[in-house]
Design a protein around this ligand. Structure first.
Ligand SMILES: [Zn+2]
Length: 446
């Protein structure tokens, strides 16, 4: 008991020393650290000390921070060089043309009214403050479930200050519905997949942003907020990729999956079993794939990282794990989706550092248009690189084979609750062993 208290008081001292701010007050400053060759070690220090890292320019090795006066002093004492940026980004109100929770709902309802044959609204859950979290299904068989069609999920705004993310997710909805009858590739995607878009997860946090806390990132728990994207049960609190302090911007919550928003997404993913997912965040121009803890990789790394790198080159965004590009992250949605549901999930950090969290609205169109290349690449992959079938529900199947580049593949997969399986593989020749020992030979690629 005593040792626990002693430990707590030590930690408290260290937190008070740089008092991470939960809201932007007049003493907060936006600064940029030019880390150059020390990028990795500076980032580790900032994360360990609980700084609010806003975003980066990975090519120039610049890290943006929102700091208090005490934190500034801490940086000076450590000899870390920084520049104080214009306060515009912290003080400015968000451009009202960016979407609020009511406008998101309106877009979903109107889309469903205009395209009832290919859309269905899905109530995914309720936030802590009682707001409804909605998603939309886009498919030729929107009302039912086609066992032969793979599901794919696009979600936005785990973090409420990242206002460009809901522009990207609502653009996916509008692009797929408006072009369904006129663009053959769109008809093909919608007819052969079950596409789900959840445009805004953190409705409570976004409400705070519109009420004036324009740098609010977390949900609305207790006035301090929990970082929903550190609250998932996989590797929760495992590798200093989150904080145990309520005032930190990366506070992981009291327990794994303690937050209703986290649970809403988890229940939804468990139900629809997507093959791919993109979680949209801002900013930094990155494509991030699992796993989040330093040194960890996915078992089918060649597939997961290969496709992540393809998206990176299409968008001219930097691909990598979070620990390669930023810092370790634990309790994230993509690690949970990958580990628990075999999803191939990505985080895409849209917008360059120069745009920040509240880009001028004139940046909106170019950003969503560029990002079409990313989500469309996954829809194309579903058509070209997938092996599918139906066998016994919830059973293990084994895949062995050779990729075209000579890499030997040996992996286990669990079939979906309906018995279907949809597996993404690189070009090559494979042998699938089903649970009843049936063997199927498949060829992926031209
Ligand atoms: Zn984010």
């Amino acid at each position: 008991m005593f040792s626990k208290l002693a430990c707590a008081s030590l930690l408290l001292t260290s937190v008070l020393a740089h008092s991470p701010s939960k809201v932007v007050d007049s003493s907060s400053k936006l600064i940029s650290v030019h880390a150059d060759k020390n990028y990795t070690s500076v980032m580790k220090f900032l994360q360990k000390e609980g700084f609010d890292v806003l975003g980066v320019d990975l090519k120039k090795k610049i890290i943006d921070l929102n700091v208090s006066e005490d934190e500034l002093k801490e940086l000076i004492s450590k000899g870390i060089k920084f520049e104080v940026e214009s306060q515009k980004a912290l003080a400015a109100k968000v451009d009202e043309r960016y979407l609020n929770p009511d406008e998101i709902k309106e877009i979903l309802v109107e889309t469903n009214k205009s395209y009832p044959e290919i859309t269905k609204l899905v109530l995914v859950g309720t936030t802590l403050e009682g707001r409804e979290i909605w998603a939309i299904k886009i498919s030729d068989n929107a009302q039912g479930h086609d066992i032969k069609e793979p599901a794919i999920l696009f979600n936005g705004m785990h973090h409420s200050r990242e206002v460009m993310t809901t522009e990207v997710t609502t653009d996916i909805i509008s692009y797929l519905t408006k072009n369904y009858l006129t663009k053959p590739e769109v008809k093909n995607w919608v007819d052969n997949n079950e596409i789900y878009v959840l445009p805004m997860l953190n409705l409570d946090g976004n409400t705070k942003v519109w009420e004036g806390d324009n740098m609010w990132r977390k949900n609305a728990r207790g006035g301090y907020g929990v970082d929903i994207n550190r609250n998932y049960p996989t590797s929760w609190g495992a590798c200093n990729g989150s904080s145990g302090w309520k005032t930190s911007q990366t506070y992981r919550g009291d327990a794994p999956a303690s937050e209703p928003e986290t649970n809403a997404l988890m229940d939804f993913v468990a139900k629809i079993k997507p093959v791919f997912n993109i979680s949209y965040h801002a900013y930094s121009e990155l494509v991030i794939y699992p796993m989040g803890c330093n040194g960890q990789r996915t078992k089918n790394q060649k597939v997961v990282e290969g496709i992540g790198k393809e998206i990176g080159s299409l968008l001219n965004y930097q691909p990598g794990t979070s620990w390669e590009t930023l810092y370790s992250v634990d309790g994230s949605d993509i690690d949970w989706m990958y580990t628990e549901h075999q999803v191939i999930p990505y985080v895409i950090e849209v917008s360059p550092r120069s745009d920040g969290f509240q880009p001028d609205y004139s940046k909106r169109d170019a950003t969503v248009e560029l990002n079409r290349k990313g989500w469309q690449h996954l829809l194309t992959k579903l058509g070209s690189s997938r092996v599918s079938g139906v066998t016994k529900p919830n059973t293990l199947i084994e895949i062995n084979g050779l990729q075209r580049d000579g890499y030997k593949v040996s992996n286990m997969y669990t079939t979906n609750p309906d018995g279907s399986y949809h597996i993404i593989l690189n070009d090559g020749d494979y042998n699938i062993t089903l649970s009843d020992e049936t063997q199927i030979e498949v060829h992926v690629g031209k």
